[in-house]
Ligand binder design. Sequence first.
Ligand code: ZN
Ligand code: ZN
Length: 98
Amino acid sequence: MTTFPNIPLGHTIPAHQAFGWCSYCPNRTPAEELAAWQTRETDETIRKPTRDQLLEAVDRVRALHHDWDADPGHCAHCQDGMGTPLPWPCPTIRALEG
Ligand SMILES: [Zn+2]
Ligand SMILES: [Zn+2]
């Protein structure tokens, strides 16, 4: 069994791990703990990728999809169901360009 030496017996362990306090701590209320959890959840759900992260994702897609040296005029990544490379620019790149 894991013990949490810094967390007083009877206190809410997840709250102590997340915030360092819980509703059983002195000067804390259950409403305060609930509000803290709600704020935390909101922070996590509204965290959006930054512009740089999105641009990096686009770069990774572009690294996969490029005009293929071995077969110019065709995508190095995309093929039809028969294994024939798709004409360049492929649908993925056209989708990125908008
Ligand atoms: Zn506590
Ligand atoms: Zn492609």
